[in-house]
Ligand binder design. Structure first.
Ligand code: PLP
Length: 418
């Protein structure tokens, strides 16, 4: 028996209430409207006035995205999945920007992922409707905020892996007379959140089935531990094992009588493995949109050595050389407060013979037979070591085409670790 049916009365009534609400106070706003060129109205005054100018006129450090490469990356995912029964729900943790989210949806994305309530908050207030929060939302304050978001976007959904949390969410949903869509989070090898076995999943499903107000719609099985495995074949083997565990959880749910709408797995490193796995309904890649020095060295199916060319490095940080004390090194105005070092070291774009290290506010480039000369006042683009955490340092992302500033996009999700 499909246990959702036992709660049909509640769900129907609540859905009617939900249908009367609108998103972000802006009824009729198009979810996937592409960004308008030439709009810098949403950024702080110090970032306005640069549109149509050379990117070299920007105050540094400045975060740049190459718009052609951004588009190519998004189209690569969309084209790979075209005609397949698997969709993509991009993880916005990698760009934290409403305008980029809109581009992902306009390319056919079936929804968006948010790492936390704070990210879901900026997306939903910005008009996005189908947002999956990919980690549990725990505690009365957070659950209250979640219900406020659900009032704006009834299609918001979240993962759960804990019985008490399921009960708390159910009570909040009942009190608000608004059903909440939930996915069971499954640990498929990352050892972060998620239930361990299909039996655990079936038991949790039975519990959720008894909680009025919760609608169980599927499984999440993200295997972040495999995404950066170097070498396509090794990554594929590991990814297949992980995804098999997510699909086993799906089967456990179906055996227990639940209709499974979503099985959401995978990321940038495994898109062309998970995207072909029977039983998966969507992948949730994040970094593909911008990339970084870590991801660009994991090896691809068709590329030589460790290069991963499926997606291009569209993100960079424009820096200025502020000191050139001797021949051995140059100092730029972007240290760890402008370029993170949590995963890999940033690299100079289009130049060799420069090794970056951070001195907090400044970056030191150790020069060893550098391919270009660096003088005080010169500018240099750096590819971040980790796009998701570097993005978190910037209020604005400047969209660049052929060296000209076309957009100044607010990074609304920046700092939203709440
Ligand atoms: C739950 C979840 N899904 C998807 C992603 C996106 O992964 P990637 O950036 O490797 O594509 C992440 C990244 O950390 C994640 O935590």
């Amino acid at each position: 028996m499909n246990q959702h049916l036992t709660r049909r009365g509640f769900l129907t009534q609540s859905a009617a209430v939900g249908a009367l609400s609108f998103v972000g106070g802006l009824p009729g706003r198009a979810e996937a409207a592409p960004a308008r060129a030439g709009d810098d109205a949403n950024v702080a005054p110090q970032y306005r006035g640069f549109l149509k100018k050379s990117m070299h006129d920007l105050p540094t450090p400045a975060m740049l995205v190459d718009l052609d490469l951004l588009d190519k990356n998004i189209q690569t995912i969309a084209a790979y999945l075209k005609g397949k029964p698997v969709g993509f729900r991009s993880h916005t943790k990698s760009h934290k920007c409403l305008e980029v989210a809109k581009l992902q949806l306009a390319a056919g994305g079936k929804g968006l992922c948010a790492a936390k309530l704070g990210e879901a908050d900026f997306l939903i207030r910005g008009g996005m409707k189908d947002v999956l929060i990919t980690a549990p939302v725990v505690g009365p304050l957070k659950i209250k905020r979640l219900m406020d978001l659900a009032a704006m976007a009834p299609d918001v959904k979240l993962v759960i892996d804990n019985e008490q949390n399921a009960i708390d969410l159910s009570q909040a949903a009942l009190a608000a007379r608004r059903p909440l869509k939930v996915l069971i989070d499954v640990n498929v090898g990352q050892n972060r959140t998620g239930l361990e076995t299909p039996a655990d999943v079936a038991a949790m499903a039975q519990l959720i089935g008894k909680q009025k107000g919760l609608e169980l719609i599927g499984i999440q099985g993200y295997h972040g531990n495999n995404q950066h495995t170097v070498g396509f074949e090794a990554r594929k083997t590991r990814s297949l094992q992980a995804t098999e565990r997510a699909v086993a959880a799906r089967q456990a749910l179906e055996k227990a009588g639940f209709a499974v709408q979503i099985v959401s797995v995978g990321g940038t490193g495994s898109y062309n493995v998970d995207g072909d796995y029977p039983g998966v309904t969507e992948i949730q890649p994040g970094s593909y949109v911008y990339m970084d020095t870590h991801y660009s060295k994991i090896g691809g199916k068709d590329s030589a050595g460790d290069d991963y060319n499926d997606f291009a490095n569209s993100l960079s940080v424009l820096t200025t050389v502020i000191s050139r004390p001797n021949r051995g090194y140059a100092v730029v105005d972007a240290g760890i407060t402008a370029l993170t070092m949590d995963e890999r070291v940033p690299a100079a774009m289009g130049a060799t013979g420069m090794v970056y290290s951070s001195a907090e506010e400044y970056g030191i480039l150790k020069l060893d037979n550098p391919s270009r000369d660096l003088k005080v006042g010169d500018q240099l683009q750096m590819t971040p070591g980790h796009c998701c955490t570097t993005v978190n340092l910037y209020d604005v992302c400047f969209g660049i085409r052929n060296g000209i500033v076309e957009h100044a996009w607010a990074v609304e999700g920046r700092g939203r670790a709440d």
